[in-house]
Write a protein that binds this ligand. Structure first.
Ligand SMILES: Nc1nc2c([nH]c(=O)n2[C@H]2C[C@H](O)[C@@H](COP(=O)(O)OP(=O)(O)OP(=O)(O)O)O2)c(=O)[nH]1
Length: 137
């Protein structure tokens, strides 16, 4: 069976990366992730990402580029990650999260990322340090 996709955003603004601390489920609560969620039937990943970031954080974003790779999340799900530009709004933890942090290029290791997010975060951090974000859009 094909795995279902969870799409997450490496959201950036002003040279910083957004990290979100999960409030649920219990086994993930307190760990940090790139915000996003599951694709709904018929949705493209970029559409799902824009919808999830609107629902969870109250912001409008524009997906820029996929971070190459795909990471297993447990039975039946894989994680795909896009860089995304913040277009408008100030992110707030409306759903699924209880804290948000903007991380500068030297701070991307400062939070306890979910293990399955670490490869994508490492690549996002590299892009942030190289200033390569907008070049990819
Ligand atoms: N959003 C997101 N979820 C992740 C990441 N890493 C990771 O293991 N997950 C897991 C947590 C959840 O079990 C699942 C995504 O579920 P979710 O709760 O964010 O998605 P959703 O908003 O569509 O949730 P739902 O209420 O429809 O179940 O993937 C990540 O970086 N971002």
């Amino acid at each position: 069976m094909t795995d279902r996709v969870v799409v997450a955003g490496a959201v950036y603004s002003g040279g910083r990366l957004l990290a979100a601390r999960r409030s649920a489920p219990e086994e993930l609560a307190g760990r940090w992730e790139l915000p996003g969620g599951k694709l709904e039937p018929g949705e493209r990943p970029e559409q799902a990402l824009v919808r999830e970031l609107r629902e969870e954080l109250g912001v409008e974003t524009e997906p820029v580029a996929r971070i190459p790779g795909e990471w297993p999340l447990g039975p039946g799900y894989v994680l795909q990650v896009w860089t995304a530009r913040l277009l408008s709004g100030d992110p707030r933890p409306l759903e699924d999260h209880d804290e948000l942090r903007w991380l500068g290029p030297d701070e991307t290791d400062a939070v306890d990322w979910l293990d399955q997010d670490r490869p994508a975060v490492a690549e996002a951090a590299r892009l942030l340090r190289d200033g390569g974000w907008d070049a990819r859009g």
